[in-house]
Design a protein around this ligand. Structure first.
Ligand SMILES: NC(=O)c1ccc[n+]([C@@H]2O[C@H](COP(=O)([O-])OP(=O)(O)OC[C@H]3O[C@@H](n4cnc5c(N)ncnc54)[C@H](O)[C@@H]3O)[C@@H](O)[C@H]2O)c1
Ligand SMILES: O=P(O)(O)OC[C@@H](O)[C@@H](O)[C@H](O)[C@H](O)CO
Length: 378
């Protein structure tokens, strides 16, 4: 069995690679980072190390690297014969992957190679559906579009495992022991079911529970921690006042999840506690700069901050702690993070109100704009 995975980074090697390998796949990682690709082709294997008291390792074998910029023909040929295609390169990268993916899928369909599924494992609602839209935009006529629609599934997914940036140890990846991968079965065109993946009919409760708990909580620690000069997630959650803030924020998002999806309150409490426990893992070193990365994306309308805030507002529920985290995200100022630099220059050039409106897509007269502004100024 052959899988193509776009994005040989943290979650690609540290989680998707593990599941694919354990299900008997040879994996072609497609990336743009040549040193990473060279290492994959030299070693053809790497280790996943579990960040826990008694370290465990898993050997991932039969892995190869391809560069989508310099080896386009090889990538297209490999896509045309792949049994499964997965992606974790970042939601902003999906439009960049679409042209080559479209060519590979078309070649496959024209060769009569049968159905295949493409699963985007990004932290976003409907990422595979978004990718499908970009792929269809690449088709030159309706016939090609129809052939893709008939043969290629783009099931949405939710992926959960904390995998920090790897600062040493070559291809090897240090990951937390916990993992969860949920896929919307109804979006699939093949009967392929991976062990270790939970296939569900309705994905929205899973992706919103994950994004608005794990990622909202993570964002709280990153932005509030950063504001207080705290370097890592484990250190931020160890600070009693930040932890209290985190607990309050997660109670607010749980309220939404309870009302919207009728999740059981006690189960959600347990889910929150488990996640806070994961944030406390001292065997992982996860800088607040990674977790807070791309604040423009994280402050966009349906993401982990404004997404739950607007939905709570629409239900008449106040969420003052979430408002504070959104305000802190506007103050995330990391020179190496282009999006944070952009927000800082917008704040200087356009002022607070205009920046909030432009970044969040909230309407000018939305009361949340005033609330976030008041927090930024406070
Ligand atoms: N790291 C985590 O804990 C985690 C957990 C769940 C989901 N995610 C999501 O997975 C995605 C990737 O995150 P990550 O932490 O692995 O990031 P990462 O930066 O470690 O990996 C991204 C990889 O994509 C590659 N890439 C960039 N442009 C590309 C292109 N045009 N074609 C192919 N590859 C390209 C990069 O070179 C890099 O190797 C994000 O959407 C993230 O939100 C991350
Ligand atoms: O990947 P991002 O930038 O969307 O979010 C940063 C972290 O919250 C994220 O990578 C988590 O580690 C991950 O989502 C855990 O499953």
């Amino acid at each position: 069995m052959l899988a193509v995975h776009f994005g040989a980074g943290n979650i690609g090697r540290g989680f998707i690679g593990e599941v694919l390998h354990k299900n008997g796949y040879d994996i072609y990682f497609v990336d743009v980072a040549q040193p990473l690709i060279d290492q994959l082709n030299e070693q053809k294997s790497y280790y996943i190390r579990l960040a826990q008291e008694k370290e465990e390792t898993v050997l991932i074998k039969n892995v190869y690297g391809l560069n989508s910029q310099t080896q386009a023909d090889e990538v297209i040929d490999t896509l045309a014969k792949a049994d499964l295609i997965t992606v974790s390169a970042g939601v902003n990268i999906l439009p960049l992957i679409a042209p080559i993916l479209a060519k590979g899928l078309l070649k496959r369909v024209e060769a009569g190679a049968g159905a295949v599924d493409v699963i985007a494992c990004e932290n976003a609602i409907g990422a595979s559906t978004t990718l499908k839209g970009h792929v269809l935009d690449e088709m030159k006529d309706n016939k090609a579009k129809e052939a893709i629609l008939a043969n290629v599934g783009f099931p949405d997914a939710a992926v959960d495992r904390i995998v920090p940036n790897q600062t040493r140890d070559g291809l090897n990846v240090l990951v937390e022991p916990f993992f969860e991968w949920v896929v919307a079965a109804k979006g699939m065109k093949t009967g392929e079911r991976l062990q270790g993946v939970n296939y569900v009919e309705e994905l929205n409760p899973y992706i919103e529970r994950k994004l608005y708990t794990v990622n909202t909580g993570h964002a709280c620690l990153a932005y509030v921690g950063f504001a207080q000069g705290i370097p890592s997630i484990a250190e931020a959650v160890a600070d009693q006042s930040i932890r209290k803030e985190l607990e309050e924020v997660l109670k607010e998002t749980s309220r939404l999840l309870e009302e919207k999806y009728q999740f059981d309150g006690a189960e959600l409490k347990e889910y929150r506690e488990k996640i806070i426990n994961r944030f406390e893992n001292v065997h992982l070193s996860d800088p607040v700069e990674r977790v807070g990365r791309n604040p423009l994306r994280k402050l966009s309308a349906s993401d982990r901050l404004i997404g739950p805030l607007v939905q709570l507002y629409n239900r008449g529920i106040k969420a003052p702690h979430l408002v504070k985290v959104a305000a802190a995200a506007f103050q995330f100022d990391v020179p190496s993070d282009e999006e944070s630099v952009k927000i800082q220059s917008m704040l200087k050039e356009k002022g607070v109100t205009e920046t909030i409106i432009e970044v969040t897509s909230l309407s000018a007269d939305h009361p949340l704009v005033t609330q976030i502004k008041a927090e930024i100024e406070a």
